[in-house]
Design a binder for this molecule. Structure first.
Ligand code: NAI
Ligand code: MG
Length: 366
């Protein structure tokens, strides 16, 4: 049956970039016979304005049923005065929590035309395509005990790095599954030299590999050395899998290898559903950018590349994902630049919708 896609444009530039993604989705339907059953709904401030809550129960249920969810962005100054429980961000957090999205995927991909944006030398990053898989629902941001306690005559702040075998095994499986669709290589990062949770992490990842994915190449690295290697020669990696805390740090480092926020896609995956597809939420890394909203300045590429990830990881359409990424690459090589990409070299300034149209034209030429 036709795969279903729930689209949640959200607030600020969210709806603007999503309009461009819709052009791409329509193109795949018309020209590649790749139809999706698309439903659109509200999240964030837009949902609060309509229903008084940042995500309605009805929308939550649709997200649980969808083969994939694609989200724009949530938030804006208008909602800063709201109670914590009503804030736009709570809509996104509810989706992540109730769908139990434990694997956060942050690709670091560097298109040749933008290699000069990187803080590193061109040859270190040009053509880079790696994927960081960060465990998202456990570890030191959630482990108990946590809190600020009084001990003798002073206070002590406590967080607990805690991982069960099953929490490690399921995110490891996500990483190995991704690697099979990419370069077939996983590097697991922890600090087994100084942390018990790291010792268990390494043991469980190795066991999942040996029993279920012996054909994927696996290596282990201490996370601090991993940070160094990411800056020294990132192209040595394909998929990196790591815990919540190290993944938070390493994915931000990796993001800076490639440049603009307007270019960065992401995905959060959960357990496989009955049809074998993982629960999945795709979204750009950027927020609702109220400073440029409504001006046709937003770069739609982060959201378009998030859809490319959905093609590859939810719908098993790797070749079509490649086609879309190549179209983006050719438009950039052509010198087309939204405002956020203008500071590097020359180029032709384009608006949000002109960028979307150019990518559709490049798809037509593919
Ligand atoms: P932001 O990512 O919205 O913007 C940061 C800067 O990057 C701004 O100068 C913006 O104009 C620029 N930028 C972001 N995306 C861009 C794009 N596609 N094209 C061109 N320029 C782009 O982060 P900020 O300003 O910290 O937060 C703004 C609002 O977004 C807040 O309400 C925040 O809570 C929310 N937010 C939502 C997220 C989400 O929905 N996942 C993530 C981060 C922030
Ligand atoms: Mg972070």
């Amino acid at each position: 049956s036709t795969p279903s896609l729930l689209i949640l444009p959200g607030d600020g530039i969210g709806p603007e970039v999503m309009t461009e993604v819709r052009k791409i989705i329509d193109w795949f339907g018309a020209k590649r016979d790749l139809a999706f059953d698309v439903t659109e709904d509200l999240v964030g401030g837009a949902a609060y304005d309509a229903h008084g809550a940042p995500l309605s129960d009805e929308t939550m249920e649709k997200a649980q049923q969808a083969d994939a969810v694609l989200l724009g962005a949530v938030g804006g100054p208008k909602y800063d005065v709201l109670d914590f429980s009503l804030k736009p961000e709570r809509g996104l957090l509810r989706l992540r929590k109730e769908m139990d999205l434990y694997a956060n995927l942050r690709p670091a991909q560097c298109f040749d035309a933008l290699a000069d944006f990187s803080s590193l030398k061109r040859d270190v990053v040009a053509g880079l395509d790696i994927m960081i898989v960060r465990e998202l629902t456990s570890g030191s941001y959630f482990g108990e005990p946590r809190g600020i306690f009084t001990e003798g005559n002073e206070r002590v702040g406590i967080n607990t790095q805690r991982y069960t075998e099953s929490e490690i095994a399921r995110v490891a499986r996500s990483a190995f599954e991704l690697a099979k669709r990419r370069g077939n290589k996983v590097c697991s990062m922890e600090k087994a030299n100084v942390m018990e949770s790291g010792v268990l992490w390494r043991e469980v990842v190795q066991k999942v590999h040996d029993e279920e994915y012996p054909d994927v190449e696996l290596s282990h690295m201490y996370a601090d050395a991993g940070g160094m290697q990411l800056c020294r020669w990132p192209k040595q990696f394909d998929v990196i899998v790591t815990d919540n805390l190290f993944g938070d740090l390493l994915s931000d480092v990796a993001a800076m290898l490639t440049g603009s926020l307007g270019m960065l896609p992401s995905a959060s995956l959960g357990a496989p559903m009955a049809n074998g597809r993982p629960k999945a939420l795709y979204e750009p890394v950027h927020g609702s950018a109220p400073d440029i909203a409504g001006q046709g300045k937003a770069n739609p590429i982060a959201c378009i590349l998030s859809f490319a990830m959905a093609l590859r990881y939810s719908f098993d359409e790797g070749a079509e994902a490649d086609r879309l990424e190549k179209a983006v690459e050719s438009v950039l090589a052509d010198g087309k630049r939204t405002a956020d990409l203008m500071q590097a070299e020359g180029g032709t300034p384009v608006s949000t919708s002109e960028m979307g149209d150019a990518i559709v034209a490049a798809l037509d030429a593919s």
